[in-house]
Design a protein around this ligand. Structure first.
Ligand code: MG
Length: 254
């Protein structure tokens, strides 16, 4: 397994890739409301990416037909935007996207409530986001990769949630998916040692019910097997000599 250590000039580009993606997410967040289709969100999102001189990296990735993965309620990840998928009051929706800025990738996901949502739905979104930050505490030079995994999983499981095991976070750089894979639950090994200059996309996917997921016939959309809601939260981060830098979360702390 080879994990790339980014040089300072590469890190500059990755910072910019991250900053621009954060802007796109923040703009799109304002669009989330009952009555809008996931197709419209994808159209606007792609335009926001291209207007910044960047390229959406999900589009055509292994044939994926859109720029954003948009997953509603029991959809965990990789939902395909559709004109027929109209958001309803009380839904939860996750937007996952990335872009390429001067050959360097960023990747981030957010989950939002549509209009008024239930307390249970809000808690799932909040705990999923918080589990990312629990993992981030171990994203430091000298720590080991799976310390991040264990911290994410044990935090979410404390709330009785199912931590998705079939999908993982990943390294990121000149490719969207680089080594290493980053599970979101406790591993038997410590995993690789972390070094400054590693860039990682850490992305807990947490189910309100059991952890099991299934793939729909479109071969993309992942849903919870028990039909429970699922939330997703992701940032691209940089390992440094000190605290990790969250490349896709600089302007806002949401
Ligand atoms: Mg990712």
């Amino acid at each position: 397994m080879s994990v790339s250590i980014k040089s300072s000039s590469e890190i500059k580009r990755m910072r910019e890739a991250g900053r621009l993606l954060e802007q796109v997410h923040n703009e799109l967040a304002k669009m989330i409301r009952p009555g809008i289709s996931t197709w419209e969100i994808d159209r606007v999102g792609e335009e926001l990416i291209r207007s910044r001189g960047c390229v959406p990296n999900f589009l055509d990735y292994n044939g994926f037909p859109a720029s954003f993965c948009i997953s509603v309620n029991d959809e965990v990840v990789h939902g395909i935007p559709s004109k027929d998928r109209i958001l309803q009051e009380g839904d939860i929706i996750s937007l996952d996207a990335g872009l390429i800025y001067r050959d360097y990738h960023s990747d981030a996901a957010r989950t939002y409530g549509v209009g008024e949502i239930s307390e249970d739905a809000r808690k799932l979104i909040d705990v999923t986001r918080e589990s990312f930050f629990e993992g981030l505490r171990y994203a430091k030079a000298g720590k080991h990769l799976f310390e991040i995994s264990g911290a994410i999983g044990s935090y979410a499981e404390r709330f009785g949630y199912g931590v998705v095991r079939d999908l993982v976070g990943h390294g990121i750089g000149t490719k969207l998916h680089e080594e290493p894979q980053i599970p979101n639950f406790k591993q038997k090994r410590r995993g690789m040692r972390l070094y400054p200059g590693m860039t990682l996309a850490i992305e807990p996917m947490i189910n309100e019910g059991r952890a099991d997921v299934v793939w729909l016939d479109d071969d993309w959309t992942v849903v919870t097997e028990d039909g429970s809601r699922s939330a997703h939260y992701e940032n691209t981060i940089l390992i440094t000599d000190g605290e990790p830098e969250i490349l896709t979360l600089t302007e806002s702390l949401q």
